[in-house]
Design a protein around this ligand. Structure first.
Ligand code: HEC
Length: 248
């Protein structure tokens, strides 16, 4: 029986490894940290400036974002929201319906992308755009080959091309190369490489929060639950002494 279980378990482990190795894309670590408020605020600003024109996050309300990110509704609505939405509204894409034809694919809602794809995927995706004249919009992406989204952050990031020796013509896979080694910076953007990494991390962080807003509450309550347990332990300890004093 034990042998059977061990065999099954090893089999599962192996299958997992083969699966992990079969995706030839190596993701960079986003180090997303949803308790970093400043990062979430910067991420929200970048999202509303660069992404919300195409993408909605339709399970979030503006008011909730303001509250969670410690922004006044006034700050949020006047600095970040350009669509004339009200603070109680859900964050819908600013794009008219039927615009899928512009890109070849409709920009998906990003509410749950961080959960479906993972934070590292989003972070890497934002860093992995490169110019590719064979694509309709002139951009390609090694993390999401043939994605129909253009590199909307190019002014900040600069323009990347595939690094020499990256692969055969027409082969756009990551080849297991580290993300940083896959590209050359053909022309610099307004941000340094480290600053752009921070931009990508902030946006990823914001989308990670959007994927699970309750994570913030959990961390806040977590501290209290922990304190409660410590206190309870103290009280029980004293109580134990009290009871046993009579026994001894
Ligand atoms: C000009 C419109 C446009 C803008 C602006 C835009 N995107 Fe996109 N995005 C798209 C389209 C179209 C797709 C679908 C790509 C496909 O399926 O080929 C997409 C796909 C994505 C995906 C992949 C979703 C999935 O699970 O397949 C992510 C993540 C994403 N965008 C993030 C962003 C972020 C973050 C920004 C802002 C920095 C942004 N996008 C700005 C058009 C846009």
């Amino acid at each position: 029986m034990i042998k059977l279980i061990t065999t099954l378990f090893t089999g599962l482990l192996l299958a997992g490894q083969v699966y992990a190795a079969s995706g030839n894309v190596v993701l960079a670590q986003s180090e997303a940290n949803v308790s970093d408020q400043a990062s979430l605020q910067r991420g929200a600003a970048l999202f509303f400036n660069y992404c919300s024109g195409c993408h909605g996050i339709k399970y979030m309300r503006y008011a909730r974002i303001a509250e969670d990110l410690d922004l006044s509704e006034e700050q949020l609505m006047s600095n970040l929201v350009f669509t004339g939405a009200k603070s109680g509204d859900l964050v819908k894409s600013a794009m008219p319906a039927g615009s899928a034809a512009w890109f070849g694919a409709a920009p998906p809602d990003l509410s749950l992308t961080a959960r479906a794809r993972g934070s590292d995927w989003i972070y890497s995706y934002l860093k992995a755009f490169y110019v590719d004249p064979s694509r309709p919009l002139g951009w390609n992406n090694t993390v999401f080959p043939a994605a129909s989204m253009p590199n909307v952050l190019w002014q900040r990031q600069g323009i990347q091309t595939l690094a020499a020796g990256h692969g055969d013509e027409g082969d756009h896979g990551g080849h297991g190369m580290r993300l940083e080694d896959q590209f050359e910076l053909a022309s610099p953007g307004s941000r340094s490489a480290a600053e752009f990494d921070q931009d990508a991390r902030d946006i990823t962080n914001f989308l990670t929060y959007v994927g699970e807003p309750a994570a913030l509450d959990r961390e806040r309550y977590g501290v209290w639950v922990f304190l409660y347990l410590v206190l309870l332990t103290g009280v029980l300890y004293v109580l134990k002494h009290e009871y046993w004093r009579d026994v001894h």
